[in-house]
Design a binder for this molecule. Sequence first.
Ligand SMILES: Nc1nc2c(ncn2[C@@H]2O[C@H](COP(=O)(O)OP(=O)(O)O)[C@@H](O)[C@H]2O)c(=O)[nH]1
Ligand SMILES: [Mg+2]
Length: 326
Amino acid sequence: MKENDPDFYIQGVLKNNRRIIAKTITLIESSLARDKNKSFEIVKELLPYSGKSIRLGITGIPGVGKSTFIENLGLYLCNKGHKVAVLAVDPTSRKSGGSILGDKTRMEKLAANENTFIRPSPAGITLGGVAAKTREAMLVCEAAGYDILLVETVGVGQSETTVSTMVDFFLVLLIAGAGDELQGIKKGLLEIADAIAINKADNDNIKKAKKARKTYEMALHLVAPGASSWIPPVLTCSSILEKGTENVWNIVLKHNKLTKNTGEFDHKRKEQAVEWMWNLVDDGLKKKFMEINSVKKEIPKISEKVKQGIISPSAAAEKLLSYLKV
Ligand SMILES: Nc1nc2c(ncn2[C@@H]2O[C@H](COP(=O)(O)OP(=O)(O)O)[C@@H](O)[C@H]2O)c(=O)[nH]1
Ligand SMILES: [Mg+2]
């Protein structure tokens, strides 16, 4: 079978050939038109085999210990007989090219395990682009038999909000700092967290971590959405001492069981699929719009007028959109 035959990829993925899984994701990440058709075909064929996994998103600022935590959790899950895929969503990786390599070396033990597949973030594309590709990469991994997907995202910009719409469970890793804990946390992060783990609860840090845990517990009670049956717990862990990993996993399992019973699990996945569709429609529309010649010509002129205050943003938007009718 040749590499330009979609079946080469489909069969390779279904047989859990890691080399071909990697090639398939590279194809999906490609922006070439001829690759696009092929990857549509491949994803379509793999779709029926996907979906049977637990999708766990993990976020936190750089240095909080995400990679260390994931390596621990990944090894723990492999020992339990799971197959684990790790995907990274890091729109900053294009700037700091080294971070990918750093992560990979830090996950050495996990990467060496034959029941895992690790994929760093594609460099050089925007958050929207990374996220779109990551969703498809997730489907590929599921079709390849990985039953647990760990999606690591850096807590910078919008990436955690985006990832929270792709996963079943969203874990926020924090470290205890001095003073007022809540000041350091980004607005909105508490609303999307399904659990918070205070990492680096070791050595001199144990006391501070316990205190932070109480503070966040209180804060979470205040923001807990009324409609949901889940109150996000706050835990402490030490990735370096490999402590607390099992507790975090048990919380994920508890959440999985509960939301499956209430129907929230299925509901969320369906909503996420529809949202994904609309994201793609939004992207596609904007791309097509920007290709209209009169729009291309008008944009620099009209942007300047908006900057100068000569025309209002809404009038300018209306003018641009009027070209759609032509
Ligand atoms: N003391 C302590 N250090 C940790 C812990 N977890 C990670 N680290 C260290 O923190 C640094 C950043 O870890 P890393 O996993 O790369 O963080 P990431 O940027 O969030 O992926 C590394 O030097 C780790 O060894 C922990 O639980 N306790
Ligand atoms: Mg990392």
